[in-house]
Structure formats: structure tokens, C-alpha cells
Design a protein around this ligand. Sequence first.
Ligand code: NAD
Length: 257
Amino acid sequence: MYPDLVGKIAVVTGASKGIGREIAIRFGLERMKVVINYNHGADEVKSVVEEIQNAGGEAIAVQADVAEEADVIRLIDTAIKNFGGLDVLVNNAGIQTTSPSHELTLDEWHKVMNVNLTGAFIGCREALKYMMKFGVKGSIINMSSVHQKIPKPFHVHYASSKGGLRLLTESLALEYAPHGIRINTIAPGAIATPMNEQILSDPMQRKDVLSLIPMNEIGEAHHVSSAAAWLSSNEASYITGITLFIDGGMTLYPTFL
Ligand code: NAD
């Protein structure tokens, strides 16, 4: 636990399930005030809010599509109006689809880019606007993927969005470091969430995934949420512009083993 996080105000996007849900709950346990964003799934998000409130934390849920500029502006405003500020933003919302690249439609390309990259940019911009105006030395975390580094055939739009997120993070980190605002990337490997439930529940495909992980273990959402809490805390106060891979060694060229 990180005592300096108590009372801090956080927005987590795409927090109705998976990694975002786990981060929101961890922030709640840290006694932060959490704005939980969701696009669809009001019932799922209700249980996240309740879990935080039952643990003595404060949380509100806000429906917003991160691909829509007006929605993201309203999301950040909600934190400021309801909780009185903004200290931490986690741009976690993300989607991926599969297609041979020569058949990928522009609609599909834009859909993934708009959520994974443009959505994160709008979130960063709005958070930075507030942090700059009020001199908040905040922390922003962008949820990337090992596919910011490892090419991903049939997912060119997903890999491009995550590669873009790395340089978005690094460029903003450099620009805002003089103001004490830290911006970092977390890049998970294979984490068991609804996003890859289908693949991981098939024994053959699970075996294939495991063969890419030197630690021979599928990651859990709590592996990512503990990193998000640490990166948000003063324990990481001198860290900006990094990518923290949470991947059981997946980016270490496992075939060389
Ligand atoms: P998930 O599908 O379980 O959850 C994604 C969340 O994003 C959901 O709450 C969904 O409602 C939300 N979302 C989707 N589109 C949205 C939009 N337009 N506006 C607001 N919210 C939206 O996925 P996950 O596995 O928890 O992934 C979370 C993040 O981690 C994503 O950015 C993903 O790319 C990244 N990631 C996941 C893995 C993994 O193995 N699970 C690996 C690498 C990176």
C-alpha cells in the first residue's frame, strides 16, 4: 500500500472489466477517489463501484466513449467537479480485432486507432490542461502492449496503435517533465481477461501462448494493477517516459531459450 495515494483522485478508462476493473479496485483499496469509466456494461461497472464502496473507498461510474472528444472532456470534468481535482489518469480502454492486413477496411483501422491511440491522446490532453492550470504534479499511465515492440501479423491496426502510444507517451513525458507531471506506459503481455478469454480457454491455443512466455505462466490482472499503483505513487516519483513490460519475459526473445 502507498500512503501518499490516500485521497488522490483518479480516472481509469475502460474499467468495467479486465485490467481496468482491477486497477480501479486497487486504487479504491489505496483509498483513492476513483472515477470508473465504461462504454457498455452498466451492470458490470455497478459491481466495481460497490466493491470499492464496500471496502470504504469512493467511486463513481461515468459512461463515456473514449473515442469521442466530448465524452472524454466530460469524463475528466466529472472527476474535477465531483471529487475536486485530478491526480492520476489511466488510459486503459482498448480494443483489438483480427484481419488479414490486405483486407482490413479503413473503418476497422479507424475504429481501433480511435479508441487505443486517439482516445488516449484526448485523455492526456484534458488531464494535462487541468494539471498545468493548477500546478498538479500528476501521473498519467497509458496502457500499451508487448505489441508496441513485437510485430503482430493480422493485427496491424492494433500493433500500430500501441506503437504510437509508446511515442505519444515519450513525447509527452519529455514535454511535461519540467512541470513534474509523469507520463509512463505499461505494456502487458498475455493477461487473462475477457479480451483473450476465447484464446486462453482453448487448450491448444493456451499452450501456444505459454510457449511464448519464459516464465511459463499466463499473467493476471493484479500483476498489472500493482504496477499501476506503484507508478502512480511517490515511490515512482523520479520515473517518467518509461515502458514497464509486465509479460513474464515475453519480450526477451523466448525462442532463444
Ligand atoms: P477487456 O476487453 O477485458 O477490457 C477492455 C475495457 O475497455 C472494457 O471495460 C471495455 O468496455 C473498455 N472499452 C472498450 N472500448 C471503449 C471505449 N470506446 N470507451 C470506453 N471504454 C471502452 O480488455 P483488457 O484485456 O482488460 O485490456 C485492457 C487494456 O490492456 C487494453 O488497452 C489492451 O489493449 C491492453 N492489453 C491487454 C492485454 C491482455 O492480454 N489482456 C495484453 C496487452 C495489452
